[in-house]
Design a protein around this ligand. Structure first.
Ligand SMILES: [Zn+2]
Length: 202
């Protein structure tokens, strides 16, 4: 008779071991919420959950600024806004450890150098893959670009829905939260701010 269980996705080969106390913590939570952590379907769950959390929080293992260390100086005189928008991301709120799912728009006004465009998304993910609040995530991304690229301006707008609001508590699916951080020219000059927010679609 063939097994109902598919290929063992939890094959420990190549995967870091999960300490026993971490597994026990997840078993405790399962027990506390009302299930039996020893039943068949839940036996490997503590390991899977632990490894999933390591992945959700992999940002702790990196300094997002490293993505901005390589810049390009041949910009052909380009001194207008550089914008990456609709960048999907996932994070987890530090209050409930529940998913935050959303998209970000990141813009800067270069001085005499630019950065590979995908690097802006990498900076976002470096901070998103931690326990976060949306406000701090927005500020950290903006500050990292400001400090490391030394642009004339930075604007970051993040729009996200929080599972701690949509799946529990007030249970209001479809609600999005918008946060923004503008620095430099985008903060000081009304017209530049309107221009960048307009390009972002706000
Ligand atoms: Zn929350």
């Amino acid at each position: 008779m063939s097994s109902l269980v598919g290929p063992d996705e939890d094959d420990p080969r190549g995967k870091p071991p999960v300490p026993e106390d971490v597994q026990e913590a997840i078993r405790t939570l399962i027990r506390w919420t009302g299930d039996d952590p020893e039943r068949e379907g839940l036996q490997d769950t503590p390991k899977r959950v632990a490894r999933a959390w390591k992945e959700y929080c992999v940002g702790y293992e990196e300094d997002p600024a490293v993505h901005l260390s390589r810049v390009f100086e041949e910009v052909g005189g380009y001194d207008e806004i550089v914008l990456l928008k609709d960048i999907p991301f996932q994070s987890h709120c530090e209050h409930h450890m529940a998913p935050i799912i959303g998209k970000a728009a990141i813009a800067y006004l270069p001085t005499d150098h630019v950065v590979g465009i995908s690097k802006l998304a990498r900076v976002l993910h470096g901070y998103a893959r931690r326990l976060q609040i949306q406000e701090r995530l927005t500020a950290e991304v903006a500050q990292c670009i400001w400090d490391n690229l030394q642009p004339k301006g930075v604007a970051v707008v993040i729009e996200a829905s929080h599972a701690c609001m949509t799946a529990r508590g007030v249970r209001t699916p479809g609600v999005g939260m918008v946060t923004s951080r503008v620095m430099g020219t985008f903060r000081k000059d009304d017209r530049s701010r309107k221009e960048v927010l307009g390009l972002m679609g706000y």
